[in-house]
Ligand binder design. Structure first.
Ligand SMILES: [Ca+2]
Length: 506
């Protein structure tokens, strides 16, 4: 009898060929037909659900300008963040996570595309990132391509120019960041800049105080309301829910109750070393010169440093409270037990350290961000990981946690080994870039900075947490610098064009 190789036979015939006994073969055919008729009548489960379980839901929480001066990082710190700490107890807190760029737009674009600023040229707050990167697949886009419903609210991409940096292609539905309600007149009473911008009138967000009276009027409450409504509904597909909390970004407005515990007469102030900037090289001084020095000068000249710092602290606690509302809503929903959660801030914030206010620099205060992963059944609970990691690692980590196919262009690495074992060996430092050619390399012990003009800084975090003493140039550290230099990006992409808009930057 002519015999075909089983590989050439139709699938059903192949089943018969493996049975030498014809009776068993006949029985197998009868069984197969029975299964088929069952399936046609809709009484069997779809094949996909038998082989592949439903993918986990994801809650992606971005915070804005939240630095490391919180009780999340150290119980001795003044800014209370009980709800973020509640989240950290369910997963792994990365105590040394760093942004890719120390400004809202480039940090968010790097995190959401998984691409370094030095590769894309998206360095600035006005860089028109989507025009420059039309084919980049963002995190939510990658999830949508894998059958997810991607929705969000608040500040995920940069908010300037009336949310013009937002990416419609990344979401099935999105509620834009609401505007802060304006007080009847500026609360801080400061009308003009000191030491810059020609002494012209101060900008709208350069203000602080107890406002508005009712938290329901705040942009963040409206953002969290959207998420609460979403979590109450039943969803047929797995979801990627992005929640972008705007505080403690300026204006430093928080409803009055958030100022409790931050009274001016007992306010904790940052540790600032007089003469700290004396050992900065030309590149570091240039960063300070170009990093809006008039902000700090104006605050100090108006004798309102305490009031501004008080408002930042109250705003951070208010942001934490809104995150608490969100966590409660998730906990009370059908998705509370098995949703994967990631929380991060786009970068840190200076409050007068090195005579600097805001971000726009490469030091610890600005580059360090909170980063928490909760992954039920995978990530250790309540663990702290002190390995240096990058926000660039969020994208590949989420891919691995959710079992999606890889995005080959990503430049970060999955943190899965550290989620399982926070003490695992980790040879990589975290790199931050501020403008073409200016980079910081943060290893477990050291911070090395190399500026575009070739000047350098080196700080030893084993005994200099504040980065007060620049060790670059000392012979005994030459070898360390050579090692850290190896991690500097090999490419410094040209800066992409700014977005053109007639709208106010805010
Ligand atoms: Ca110094």
């Amino acid at each position: 009898m002519f015999k075909l190789k089983s590989a050439y036979l139709p699938a059903d015939c192949r089943i018969i060929s493996i049975f030498k006994n014809r009776r068993i073969a006949l029985l197998a055919v009868v069984l197969l037909l029975a299964v088929c008729s069952f399936a046609q009548e809709g009484r069997a489960e779809p094949i996909e659900s038998q082989t592949e379980p439903r993918k986990p839901n994801v809650l992606f929480i971005a915070v804005d300008d939240l630095n490391d001066w919180t009780t999340l990082h150290d119980k001795a710190n003044p800014i209370r963040t009980p709800h973020i700490e509640r989240l950290a107890r369910r997963g792994v807190l990365f105590t040394h996570a760093y942004c890719s760029a120390p400004a809202c737009n480039p940090s968010r674009v790097a995190t959401l595309t998984g691409l370094c600023p030095s590769s894309t040229g998206v360095y600035g707050n006005k860089s028109d990132w989507r025009k420059a990167l039309p084919r980049a697949v963002t995190i939510p886009q990658h999830f949508m391509a894998h059958g997810y419903l991607a929705v969000g609210a608040g500040k995920i991409f940069h908010h300037h120019f009336n949310n013009a940096f937002h990416d419609d292609a990344s979401f099935d539905d999105f509620q834009p960041l609401a505007k802060d309600p304006a007080p009847p007149k500026k609360l801080n009473g400061i009308t003009n800049w000191v030491g810059g911008r020609g002494g012209g009138p101060t900008s709208e967000p350069f203000d602080w105080g107890a406002w508005p009276p009712d938290e329901k009027q705040t942009p963040d409450a409206k953002t969290v309301d959207y998420a609460c409504r979403f979590l109450k509904r039943k969803h047929d597909k797995p979801f990627f829910l992005a929640v972008g909390i705007f505080r403690p970004h300026s204006p430093w407005y928080a409803p009055p109750e958030n100022f409790a515990g931050y009274e001016l007469d007992k306010l904790v102030m940052p540790e600032v070393l007089e003469g700290d900037t004396d050992d900065l090289p030309s590149g570091g001084l240039k960063v300070l010169r170009e990093g809006k020095p008039f902000l700090y000068k104006t605050i100090v000249a108006n004798n309102q440093l305490k009031e501004a710092i008080q408002a930042y602290q109250a705003c951070a606690t208010f942001a934490d409270k809104q995150i608490g509302r969100l966590l409660d809503a998730l906990g009370n929903s059908a998705y509370g037990k098995d949703t994967i959660i990631v929380l991060w801030s786009d970068h840190g914030f200076h409050l007068g350290e090195k005579n600097h206010w805001e971000k726009f620099a490469l030091w610890e205060k600005t580059t360090r961000s909170p980063l928490i992963f909760v992954a039920p059944g995978v990530a250790r609970r309540g663990a702290r990981c002190d390995r240096p990691v990058s926000l660039l690692d969020i994208y590949p980590t989420l891919i691995e946690l959710c079992g999606l196919s890889a995005n080959a262009s990503l430049e970060g690495v999955s943190l899965m080994p550290l989620l399982k074992n926070p003490q695992a060996q980790w040879g990589r430092p975290a790199v931050t870039t501020w403008g073409p050619g200016n980079h910081s390399v943060r290893s477990q012990r050291w911070r090395y900075i190399k500026y575009e003009d070739g000047s350098e800084e080196l700080y030893d975090h084993r005994n200099d947490l504040h980065e007060w003493t620049n060790l670059a140039g000392r012979d005994e550290h030459k070898k360390v610098i050579l090692e850290l230099r190896k991690w500097l990006p090999k490419k410094d992409a040209r800066q992409v064009a700014d977005m053109v808009s007639n709208l106010s930057p805010y």
